[in-house]
Every structure is written in C-alpha cells, then in structure tokens.
Ligand binder design. Sequence first.
Ligand SMILES: C[S@@+](CC[C@H](N)C(=O)[O-])C[C@H]1O[C@@H](n2cnc3c(N)ncnc32)[C@H](O)[C@@H]1O
Length: 298
Amino acid sequence: MNSYEQSIQRLKNSALGAATVRAFAALDPDEKIRNPDSLAREFIDPNFRPDPDDPEKVAAFRQQLEQMLPGAYHFQNSRTKHIDALMKKAIADGFRQIVILGAGFDSRAYRFASLAAGVRFIEVDLPPLQMDKKATVAAALGKLPANVSYVPLDFNSQPLEDILKAADYDAQQQTFFNWEGVSYYLNAGGVDATLDFVARHSPAGSRIVFDYMPQSMVDGSGEFYGGAESRRHMAGMGEPLTFGIPDGEIGNFLAARGFELQSSVGPAELEQAYLLQSDGQLQGRVSGYVRMVEARVV
Ligand SMILES: C[S@@+](CC[C@H](N)C(=O)[O-])C[C@H]1O[C@@H](n2cnc3c(N)ncnc32)[C@H](O)[C@@H]1O
C-alpha cells in the first residue's frame, strides 16, 4: 500500500469504527440508551456483527472500548442522538435539502425516509469510501434511493464548489449540513474551505452541525477524561489529530466565518440528554474533549 492508500484505509477504519459503535449501541437492552441507527450493522464486517440475542456481548464490547478509549463509546452513541434530533427539527422546520459532509456510513438518508418525504440528501465523501458505501446501501435496500446524490470529493484538495456540479444541489435553498466526526481529521485549510463553502453557497438561515476538539486537546496541553488515551491511539494509528479550535473561542471562530452559534454542547450536556438509563443512572461518561455545535449562516 502506498501512503495515500494507507491514509484511505485509516479513514475507512475510523468510519467503520463509528458505525460499529452504533451497531452495538443499537442493541442496548435499555430503550432510553439504545442508538437509533438500526442500519449500522449492515456496514460492518458480518463476522463482527453483534448478535441481537446476545446482550452480554454488547455490554462486553462497551466495556472493552471503555478501557481502551474512555468515553468514546458513549460519545458516539450520544452524538448520533443529538444530530438525529437537530436534523429532525430542521426537517420539521421545512428544510428540504440536507448535505452530509464526510458521510462515511451515516444512514440518516435511509433511516429518515418516511419522515423526510420530499427531502433531498447529498452525501459527500472520499471516493473509495463512497463506492463501498453505495454497494452496501444498494444491497441492503435493493437499490440506491432516488432522493440521495453522492458526491466523491477530498476536502483537503478539491473545492467544495464541485458540489454545485452535482446535479441537484440548490444554492438558493435553505440547507442543513451535517459534518459529523470529520473536522479533526482535516487541515486548517480544509476546515476553512468547508465552512466558507457553506457560508457562501447556502442562504442565510441554513444550518450546520459539527463536532470539534479544543486546541488544547489537539496540542496536548489540556487534560481531559480519555484525552491522553485518545491522542495515543490516534497517533499509534498514524492518524494524529490535525485540527482544533482555540479553547473558549468557538463563538468568535464561527462569527469570523459568517456563522452565528446556535447551540454548543459538551460531555455534561450529552450525558444528561442521552445517557441516563431507565433507572436514572448514567450509563457512562463521555470523553472530556468533545464539543458539538449547531450554527446558522448569517
Ligand atoms: C470518523 S469518519 C465519520 C463518518 C460519519 N460522518 C460518521 O459520523 O459516522 C470520518 C469521515 O470523514 C471523511 N473524510 C476524512 N477526511 C476527508 C477528506 N479529506 N475529504 C473527504 N472526506 C474526508 C472520511 O472518509 C470518513 O467518512
């Protein structure tokens, strides 16, 4: 494998890792905790698919991951629920165009089919990942849905304007952008180019949701629950964290790029909103370094 192929393989592993957590968490016996991504299991290695009749395996997987990367399982689980809620709200508010940037194995275009009648989805991802995904979706659903377009693109080296060439992106229409699990894998230029595209090619009121890491997590100067383990793991995979936003500066960061911050949540809010079990106990802590925001184009 040359270095480009290695990098693609690592990104594919990161997308599969996220889908794997969703596949296991979707089998949580407690419906208050259960992840809504019932399709995630389709994307992962059949030999590794969790057995729906074996809840102990789900708990064992969660505990193993917790030891390796404290808080990561609970972050992935709560992140799905948070973005589901924001996307559903956008659809209820009348948004009819949704762009999923760095889509990986995001299944919302398919899971939301019934509540998203008339909504068009555009999924953007690196070409090799997207090819795999399309094959799996076609196999799982019988065919690729007509309301989903696929745009193969590298954020670091190709202008997102190429999205405009995708037959059905409508730059006049209020759009909901989901940019989940991507920013910290890009360079600063790739992040700015992405936000610049959204700000310039979608009307005021368009929304973007994304997660990011504080700069002090990326440069190692900050201490966070699960932070040291995560940095070590990423570096060991040959994929060190590449992008962070100066601590406490998210509002200014967004304002300088044409956005207004709408909501910002961290570990404590995610735990309270999504990880309290039916018995009222917290299932587990979320990694201390995660941040999620929703912003609107001004
Ligand atoms: C951790 S995965 C997250 C996938 C999905 N959004 C999710 O949350 O399950 C990171 C995704 O970002 C995409 N990505 C990373 N760097 C990229 C780049 N330079 N251009 C396009 N996509 C990129 C990867 O292909 C991968 O699908």
